[in-house]
Ligand binder design. Structure first.
Ligand code: VGL
Ligand code: ZN
Length: 211
């Protein structure tokens, strides 16, 4: 059933869990379900993304004197949300969550390493020269393995999960979000997130038991 499907686990890292630098609401609630889903081995390929920023990253409010986290500023002709320092390369908060057995994962893809550019999606950086968005290579990696369908879970529902699912769908994959295995930074965003997924024809699977 899922022989042409990949599971993409987005940014399941301590900094996005309660108590972490950029906590998602109930972020830790997804951990048992993620572990269980990995054990079921339903997918031909499993990819984990890892937010991985250098110190002084452009997305950190601390990099821009006079700003505060969650404020928006113009950057490279786009709007950039500023975040607390998070997922700094090599720190414990940037690791893959220690309560998950990551051994079934085929590819770990680090993103957000360019000091000047943010990268929410696992597929493309947020912006690049002109109107381009530099590829991470993930779409090609999946296509070369025969994948045409992706299921996305992880953190944050309203940021990196959303952008990853949108890019997957835009790049020609059939994208689905495993809703109960995601959590948002901003819970009030849930209706808007669902609307954006619906508009783009991205599927929502409410619970992994339905797979
Ligand atoms: C994320 C904000 C900044 C995410 C990453 O994983 O959703 N959000 N960096
Ligand atoms: Zn980040």
């Amino acid at each position: 059933m899922h022989s042409h499907a990949a599971l993409i686990l987005v940014d399941i890292q301590p900094d996005f869990m309660p108590g972490g630098a950029l906590a998602c609401h109930e972020g830790d609630a997804i951990v048992p379900g993620i572990s269980h889903l990995l054990q079921r081995r339903l997918f031909a390929q499993v990819v984990a993304t890892q937010d991985w920023h250098p110190r002084g990253h452009v997305s950190f409010a601390s990099t821009h004197p006079g700003t505060r986290p969650f404020q928006q500023i113009p950057l490279h002709g786009h709007v950039q949300t500023l975040w607390p320092d998070h997922c700094v390369q090599g720190t414990p908060g940037a690791g893959l969550h220690p309560a998950v057995d990551w051994s079934p994962v085929d590819l770990i893809l680090r993103k957000g390493s360019d000091p000047e550019v943010d990268s929410y999606s696992g597929f493309r950086e947020n912006h690049g020269p002109g109107s381009t968005r530099p590829s991470t290579g993930l779409a090609g990696w999946l296509r070369e393995r025969g994948v045409n369908e992706v299921y996305v879970a992880g953190l944050a529902r309203d940021v990196c999960v959303l952008w990853t699912a949108q890019d997957a769908q835009a790049l020609g994959f059939k994208a689905q979000v495993l809703w109960e295995l995601t959590r948002p930074v901003t819970p009030e965003s849930d209706e808007a997130t669902r609307a954006m997924l619906r508009e783009q024809g991205i599927g929502v699977v409410e619970a992994a038991e339905q797979l």
